[in-house]
Design a binder for this molecule. Structure first.
Ligand code: GLN
Length: 312
């Protein structure tokens, strides 16, 4: 079935999905995220012909939070290659929450996958560069290329707010350091990680990055590769198996689209060969996914037959 995006229809789907936000809660363990309006819901769909259809207020910026994990992973796979990355972080999904420390107590302490915080911290520690600003700038330059937007930066307020309260993530780092999986100074790594998570952009930027993954790593306009095909494939596979935390199985059944969520309420989705989707809906379910955002994706998937696993 062809993808027929129609602005009125998309706006109607947004209105239908919005009420689900009342069952959720804006993340407040990072104090600066608590300012978001729980009833906000916006979406952008970016197709390979360069067309963008959107609904809701798509000028609002969203910090990437865990969405950044997939972008840091792509960069680090390009920096170090698969073998080196997967020596330090695994490939298996987990039914533990994203910030869980439990598995690090077992041998081997290698984090299960790069989408949970322990694995993401390992990935961030592998970003090449001589200093935190240099490493952050390399990541930002990559993200700007993917989004085709030179102006993307990070929110200093959100980064500072998370840095001041990231006690759990510091604990994960100390476990990882004890087991020789990272050897970086913990405060330095938390500094880089919190800035990475605070990179902010609109739903349109998210959708455009989703489209790059959907096009196997190619720039939608120039057709030039922005990352190798294998890197795009690995990232999309993680989006399917681990992208929605410990709700990835249910999401695969109900939606069936490679996607990555963040506790800011953002979702980046990549429908192979067809489109990129960016969503912002800050009210979260108990696993940390945007409640209305997931409902909206479910609706889009069913209406336009977007599941990579087939079916109507
Ligand atoms: N910055 C957040 C954290 O580490 C990201 C987590 C998330 O989006 N699930 O807690």
């Amino acid at each position: 079935m062809m993808l027929v995006y129609n602005q009125e229809e998309l706006a109607r789907f947004v209105e239908e999905a919005k009420p689900y936000a009342c069952y959720g809660k804006v993340a407040d363990y990072i104090p600066a995220l608590d300012k978001a309006n729980p009833n906000e819901l916006s979406v952008a769909v970016y197709t390979p012909d360069g067309e963008v259809v959107s609904a809701g207020d798509v000028t609002v910026k969203v910090t990437l939070q865990s969405i950044s994990k997939i972008l840091a992973l792509a960069l680090v796979l390009m920096d170090h290659g698969e073998d080196e990355v997967f020596r330090k972080v695994g490939m298996e999904p987990t039914d533990y929450p994203f910030h869980s420390i439990a598995k690090l107590e077992e041998k081997p302490a290698k984090p299960l996958n790069p989408m949970i915080n322990a694995g993401a911290l390992v990935v961030t520690s592998m970003i090449e560069g001589g200093s935190v600003p240099e490493r952050l700038n390399r990541l930002l330059a990559f993200v700007r290329r993917l989004a085709g937007n030179e102006h993307i930066s990070y929110s200093d307020e959100v980064a500072r707010s998370e840095f001041a309260t990231a006690f759990l993530n510091r604990s994960l780092c100390y476990f990882l350091k004890q087991h020789g999986i990272i050897d970086e100074d913990v405060e330095q790594l938390i500094d880089l990680y919190t800035k990475q998570c605070a990179i902010e952009m609109t739903c349109v930027d998210l959708a455009r990055i989703g489209l790059v993954f959907a096009l196997d790593g190619r720039d939608p306009h120039s057709g030039k590769p922005l990352m190798p095909l294998d890197v795009a494939r690995i990232c999309k596979t993680f989006m399917v198996t681990c992208g929605m935390y410990n709700a990835s199985g249910e999401f695969a059944i109900k939606v069936g689209i490679p996607a990555k969520s963040g506790v800011s309420g953002g979702i980046l989705a990549a429908v192979p060969g067809r489109c990129g989707i960016g969503i912002f809906g800050p009210a979260l379910d108990d696993k940390g996914n945007s409640l209305a955002g997931v409902k909206l994706l479910e609706r889009l998937s069913k209406t336009y037959s977007l599941s990579i696993f087939g079916g109507g």
